[in-house]
Design a protein around this ligand. Structure first.
Ligand code: GDP
Length: 444
């Protein structure tokens, strides 16, 4: 995520290395680098101009404390300005109203609206223990309604079926009535998108808005479209009183121009970012955490929060017990560990939040990817329970069968068994007691 900015800002600091203090000269050079970085990231021009000016003023007035390098001082300034640019604080959903609180989603086709509706519902259910109903007003695309129904079932929320012969505003009203009667806390309404902004779509969504009077009207936008995302959001905001933005597909966005431009161009806060296709891949948007990530300082706070939320404490406790009793680990334990990692957003999700990752070359990062993780899990899944418990019996023909069953190669199976043996050795070396204590702490 946002690799371009990470690398470029790393270069800014590198260029300041060996300088004793910030001078007009080296500030000018650094600002040129920052400007290039932002333009390359597809940040809107007026935003870039203001941003550079702010930094220039602050850098010229900055005192470099003896313990800090000019690079550190400049990065601190850039960090603060990035935070300001993105809106300072996390703005969460406002649900303070007579239930059901209605959330209306708007956006272009393919922006990730339907996926975001389900993600949001899941987040509200899991984090806030809300009862959520969803409906779709996209009468033009039965497939879109079907998609939302499927996702809703997946997350165990309630789907209000849409009557494709009714007007979108009527569907919305019927859903509202049902949610009200059945005492739902939240109603999420997905709407039809178009490939580009057109008058009919705008009129329709205005009608839905008028019928529902939602407390939240969120604009869903694909971050890969860079500063165009901010421009589309602004156009929508002119006809629809938005209350916030969900920025999707941030996981695939190397540049980050949308995240940096939206607030300033629309005045609207980004409330969430989508970071993957699964329904769990939604993060509340924290400007300070994202600024840290962009500057290669990582985002340990989010990482710890995710660990607390998604870590399976019972499983960790069982593993600790096993270790305490001095029993060795088997491949089932190994698979559990891999699954835990997967739940925490996979390897890429984890790496992304660790400090200093902008220094690690891409080819190294690419080697540690989620496909590898899924491959390992598939291999273990293809084994018999006996093989998982006693991996030493897995010889030639079994290896071939497992490779075939998991769609991998014999080398992959060999590699996994080798990794597992290494892990076992490591566990033996560590005193069982210490490890057990560690696991207990993690699960406590
Ligand atoms: P809609 O037409 O606006 O309802 O868009 P969809 O919800 O159908 O999403 C379009 C595509 O984008 C689907 O393939 C989704 O899986 C994908 N998508 C949505 N959000 C994200 C995200 O945050 N990250 C990634 N990688 N893909 C996403």
């Amino acid at each position: 995520m946002f690799n371009t900015l990470q690398t470029r800002f790393g270069d800014v600091v590198k260029h300041l290395r060996g300088q004793a203090r910030l001078t007009e000269e080296n500030i000018k050079d650094s600002l040129r680098d920052v400007r290039m970085a932002l333009l390359e990231a597809d940040v809107a021009l007026p935003v870039v101009r203001d941003f550079i000016e702010q930094i220039r003023v602050r850098a010229l007035g900055a005192e470099v404390a003896r313990s800090l390098t000019p690079g550190q001082v400049l990065i601190k300034i850039v960090h603060d300005e990035l935070v300001k640019l993105m809106g300072e604080v996390n703005e969460t959903l406002n649900l303070n109203t007579q239930p059901p609180a209605v959330i209306l989603l708007a956006g272009l086709q393919g922006s990730g609206k339907t996926t975001s509706a389900a993600k949001l519902a899941r987040w509200l259910q899991e984090r806030h223990k809300k009862r959520v109903m969803l409906t779709s007003c996209d009468v033009y695309r039965p497939a879109a309604i079907e998609q939302l129904a499927t996702l809703t079932a997946e997350i165990n929320a309630t789907f209000f079926p849409s009557d494709v012969h009714a007007k979108p505003a009527q569907i919305a009203l019927a859903a509202l009535e049902a949610a009200h009667k059945q005492l739902y806390d939240v109603l999420i309404v997905d709407t039809a998108g178009r490939l580009a902004i057109d008058a009919m779509m705008m009129t329709e969504i205005q009608q839905i808005h008028a019928a529902l009077n939602p407390i939240e009207t969120l604009f869903v936008v694909d971050s890969m479209t860079g500063q165009d995302a901010a421009k589309t959001a602004r156009a929508f905001h002119e006809t629809l009183p938005l209350t916030g933005v969900i920025l999707t597909k941030a996981d695939g966005d190397a540049r980050g121009g949308a995240a940096l431009s939206i607030r300033q161009l629309t005045g609207q806060p980004i409330k969430f970012i989508g970071v993957g296709e699964k329904t769990a891949a939604l993060e509340p948007f924290y400007p300070d955490r994202l600024a840290s990530r962009i500057l290669g300082m990582g985002d340990v706070v989010t990482l710890v929060e995710e660990m607390q939320q998604k870590f399976d404490h019972t499983q960790a406790e069982q593993l600790a017990n096993k270790l305490r009793k001095g029993r060795g680990l088997d491949l089932v334990d190994f698979r559990d560990q891999l699954n835990q990692m997967n739940k925490l957003g996979g390897m890429t999700g984890l790496l992304d939040k660790l400090p200093g990752m902008n220094q690690v070359p891409d080819h190294v990062k690419n080697q540690i990817n989620d496909r590898e993780l899924m491959k390992l899990i598939a291999i273990i899944d293809s084994m018999t329970p006996q093989e998982r418990a006693f991996p030493q019996i897995i010889k030639g023909s079994r290896r071939r069968r497992i490779a075939l069953g998991s769609g991998t190669r014999v080398q992959d199976v060999n590699q996994l068994l080798k990794q597992f043996t290494q892990m076992q050795k490591m566990m033996k070396k560590m005193k069982g007691g210490n490890m057990a204590k560690l696991m207990r702490q993690m699960s406590g």
